[in-house]
Design a protein around this ligand. Structure first.
Ligand SMILES: [Zn+2]
Length: 159
């Protein structure tokens, strides 16, 4: 039995915050603002995985305002989501994702991101695809006010 999921997220880019994408802190003059570390890529992936098992979204499992999740690395959230999949008997087949950002350049950091994402899910880094595109200087992303990410996943029930 296979199922698919889709996830989308966006966070503001502001000064004074680290720019964490896929669990990697990228050197940049601005960072992503949110309740956790605002890792927009991991949030999109977590939402895709939760959607695939019919478990709603991140906001349902890790509500803003819960001190347990304030400032936490989103890799912790991914670990929790991985546990939910495991409990339901599902294994990730593959993940595809895209980061939509005018800046910074993320290509040099994609390989460590894939390792970070594959580890809690117990999958090969080759099963995680991360692409990046700009927004052609259009809209809030084009003006550098935020970064968005989209993800899809395929999961499979084992046993
Ligand atoms: Zn988010």
């Amino acid at each position: 039995m296979i199922r698919i999921g889709i996830g989308y997220d966006v966070h503001r880019l502001v000064e004074g915050y680290p720019c964490v994408l896929g669990g990697v802190e990228i050197p940049f003059e601005k960072g992503l603002k949110g309740y956790s570390d605002a890792d927009v890529l991991l949030h999109a992936i977590c939402d895709a995985l939760l959607g695939a098992v019919g478990e709603g979204d991140l906001g349902r499992h890790f509500p803003e305002g819960d001190p347990k999740w304030k400032g936490v690395s989103s890799l912790r959230l991914l670990e929790e989501v991985a546990m939910i999949l495991l409990q339901k008997g599902y294994q990730v087949v593959n993940i595809d994702s895209v980061i939509i950002a005018e800046k910074p350049k993320v290509a040099p950091f994609v390989d460590p991101m894939k390792v970070n994402i594959s580890r809690p899910l117990s999958i090969d880094p080759a099963a995680v695809s991360i692409k990046a595109t700009t927004n052609e200087k259009i809209g809030f992303i084009g003006r550098g006010e935020g970064i968005a990410a989209q993800a899809v996943c395929l999961i499979e029930r084992r046993g």
